[in-house]
Structure formats: C-alpha cells, structure tokens
Design a protein around this ligand. Structure first.
Ligand SMILES: [Zn+2]
Ligand SMILES: [Zn+2]
Ligand SMILES: [Zn+2]
Length: 184
C-alpha cells in the first residue's frame, strides 16, 4: 500500500501521507485558484485575506478561527481582532476557496479543483484531522428531492463524515503497536 493510494480518483484530493508529499505545491495551486476565484467574483484578495488563507491552506487540516488567529499571532507577534479574522474567513468562504466543517465550526482550504460549483462532502480524519473532499452531488440531490416531496423548502443541507483517512487507517492502534491489546 503506497501513501499515494487514491480514495476516489475522480473527486478527492490526494489522501494525506503524513507530511511526505510536497505540500508547497498544494499551497501554490490553492493560492492560484484563490486569486482566480476572487478575480472572477470581482472581490479583492486583500493582504489580510491572503494571510488567513495561507494559514488555513498551510495543511490539509481543519482549523478553528481562534487557531488561525493564534498561529498568525505567533508568526507576526501582532494579535488581530477576532472579528477581522472572521470577516476574512467569510470572504474566503464566499469565494469558495475555504469550506466550513459545520459539525466542528472549523475551516479548511479547498484543494479540490471544483471551485464550489459541485457540492462536495468533507470527510474529516479523527486521528490526524486531515480533510478529504469527495463528490456529494448525489447525496445533495437526494436531500433536495426528499425535501421537495414533502413541500419543504431546503435552504441548508449539511453532509459530513468522520473516521480514518487512508494513511491513518493502515496505522496500528496504540494498543496494537505497544503489544498491549487487551484480552476479552
Ligand atoms: Zn498538500
Ligand atoms: Zn472544495
Ligand atoms: Zn488521518
């Protein structure tokens, strides 16, 4: 099993290989897509928005707004007002370059080239926090059909998953690794 084993060739980004891939390339292409997305929508990728985006895109993990704030403060020595970080995140969400994990109120950079046109489902690893996006078109369509069938006007549909990413799923559990598997 190589770390580059694909979950879903068509829709997901590369699964996390625990730091062994060239993440600098992911950041560069994410930044490039962010510039295009902001340009297309006619909104400005201000220096602050770009800094917040670079912080979120610095890994494939989901980060809370305060984690973003803390990391930025550690780097620059200057602590921004939470509201400015929230506003920057809102702009990044609107541009579709960052997505929210509703169940965790955390944010991750979109590393999949869908630009927000197609609905994706975020799968969050419970062990390493990495986020993998997979196509959710069928699931969201089913939610809309089911809602419409009972006359419900759906305004928000959330589908998220948590579990183990491919890299973590192949790791032994702590009990197995230390030989301390408890006997039944
Ligand atoms: Zn990466
Ligand atoms: Zn995405
Ligand atoms: Zn993992």
């Amino acid at each position: 099993m190589t770390p580059s084993a694909k979950v879903d060739q068509q829709h997901s980004m590369e699964p996390r290989d625990h730091g062994q891939h060239d993440h600098g390339a992911c950041v560069l292409s994410a930044l490039e897509r962010a510039r295009t997305a902001f340009g297309d929508k006619g909104i400005k990728l201000t220096p602050l928005r770009q800094r917040v985006f670079e912080e979120i895109a610095g890994s494939h993990d989901a980060l809370g707004a305060y984690e973003v704030l803390d990391r930025m403060a550690r780097k620059s020595g200057e602590r921004l007002a939470p509201i400015s970080v929230y506003r920057a995140i809102d702009a990044l969400l609107a541009a579709g370059v960052v997505h929210r994990i509703e169940s965790k109120n955390a944010f991750f950079a979109c590393h999949a080239p869908h630009q927000g046109q197609e609905r994706h489902i975020a799968l969050v690893c419970e062990r390493c926090q990495t986020v993998i996006e997979v196509s959710g078109a069928d699931i969201f369509a089913a939610m809309e059909t089911a809602s419409a069938a009972c006359g419900f006007k759906l305004s928000l549909a959330v589908a998220e998953g948590s579990g183990l990413c491919p890299a973590c799923a192949t790791l032994p559990t702590i009990a197995q690794a230390t030989g301390m598997v408890t006997q039944p």
